[in-house]
Design a protein around this ligand. Structure first.
Ligand code: IMP
Ligand code: MG
Length: 180
């Protein structure tokens, strides 16, 4: 195990996206959103748990008249998606007629994203945009367009910067990838 490697439970992870690259990407994404939504009022919807660090870093760089709310969904057990979504904290904000930006930590199969989008559509929002820090294009099975993607990554399990492996690793400041 080298300095850039860490062990979580039974698995070894290696640093994959360093802290400064994450920082630069957050600045870039926030800058694009600030330009694209200039003059508009937006509500960000963060999807817990994984997005909380990305959401905090991104939101603090948003210069718009903006609000943020969170929903809490769970689909993962260990390192594979169960495909079944459980809503642990639901929707409590009035989103009718609002411009909404979904904040995701990672889009894998897209099942979670589709669930979130469907819930916004029935709430009669004006427009839906999506920002995700990470996207696994090889795993993505949906046709929903993702407006802002931080990094496209291979179909490998990652932790850190909010993402966990069985509850641990969220506090790592960089993103780490599973060593096969
Ligand atoms: P999806 O529904 O398959 O797109 O999975 C989305 C959710 O699964 C994400 O919001 C994460 O919470 C979790 N997830 C997907 N891939 C990873 C990963 O590589 N590491 C940690 N969590 C992941
Ligand atoms: Mg998530």
């Amino acid at each position: 195990m080298t300095a850039s490697e860490i062990q979580i439970h039974d698995k070894l992870f290696r640093e994959y996206i360093p802290e400064n690259a994450l920082h630069d990407k957050v600045v870039e994404l926030a800058g694009r959103i600030n330009i694209d939504f200039a003059g508009k009022e937006v509500i960000f919807v963060g999807v817990l748990n994984g997005s909380f660090i990305f959401a905090a870093d991104l939101f603090r760089r948003i210069k718009l008249k903006a609000r943020i709310t969170f929903i809490k969904l769970a689909s993962y057990a260990g390192t594979t998606s169960s495909g079944e979504i459980r809503e642990l904290i639901g929707w409590n904000e009035d989103l009718n007629g609002k411009s909404v930006i979904i904040i995701e930590d990672i889009v894998d199969t897209g099942v979670t994203l589709e669930h979130t989008v469907d819930n916004l559509i029935i709430r009669n929002v004006k427009e839906i945009s999506i920002v995700t820090l990470l996207l696994k294009p090889e795993a993505y099975r949906k046709n929903i367009h993702i407006d802002y993607v931080g990094f496209e990554i291979p179909n490998d399990f990652v932790v850190g910067y909010g993402l966990d492996y069985d509850g641990e690793g969220r506090n790592l400041p960089a993103v780490y990838s599973l060593v096969p």
